[in-house]
Design a protein around this ligand. Sequence first.
Ligand code: ADP
Length: 319
Amino acid sequence: MPPWNFFLIQALSGEIVSSKEATIFTPNGQQAVVLVSCAPISIKHDKQRILTGAIILFQDITKAKDIEQQKNEFLSIASHELRTPITIIQGFADLLTQIPLKEGSFDELTQSALMHIVDQSEYLTRLIDAMLDIARIEQQQLSLNLATHDLHHLLIQVVDSQLMTTNQHQLHLVVEGLQAHEPLPGEFDKQRIVQVMSNLINNAIKYSPNGGAIEVGLRVTHTGESLSGKYRDAWLWVKDHGLGIAPNECSRIFERFYRARMTDNSSLSGFGIGLYVTKEIINRHGGRVWVESRLHEGSTFYVHLPLHSPHRVATELVD
Ligand code: ADP
């Protein structure tokens, strides 16, 4: 039965279906990607509505899909090709910045030029990585490298390394439901969770241009027990007292390339990709990310991260 038949059945039972993607075969045997919309048709009889049929509409989006696919492939190839030379430039510039320490041979101008090269190539690397992530997400190829890690320890490490990036902000970690160094094992992709937390803390720093306190939080809750072990959930948050986000933009900032008006007009640079990737990573872990914010008062980003998938509860800690 062709997939659109189900939409037709829905319409015949009184529902409206709009823009559902389906693949169909045209009469000449070619495959086409279409958006299907369906609606019931009824007439009024004796103050009652009688269903007389349904209307179905196909919108052929095969060409648009092809172009989208080509764009994604281009993005992915271009990013890969760019990454290698940038990594080499960054590596050599890094190496050269270390020479003066040993031999005292570079003047101040050369040193500052080298620092700029390192800074800018790091920036380019981040941009390329973000583009690669976007290409992966669009092609449904963002895969997770799941293993069991200590989330508590990981968060301490992330906060420590972010502390070094600012002397204008007071960054502190709040942990609820755990002892000082009590491990919190969970099954997740370590690199990706570091990426998520670093991005949220980075944003909190960036969008609080006047400095201030930034709270990074972790709370653990028990959701239950089964034959395969205990289920725990982690709740993470990053709270700042910075620029804040207008209510109508709070959900939009998770869209690809979206930057809130307040910050887009300012001199704070960004690509509008970080939160899009963050949302995808957390969704893939079976969790959720959201924000509560007040314009000019600050924002709190929350992450709900389920810690165990039912099949892997008994695995050993990797670190
Ligand atoms: P970028 O910061 O590179 O623009 P993100 O995807 O990380 O991209 O964020 C998207 C947008 O969300 C930002 O441009 C900014 O407008 C808004 N935003 C994110 N974090 C904060 C924050 N802590 N405070 C205020 N606005 C924020």
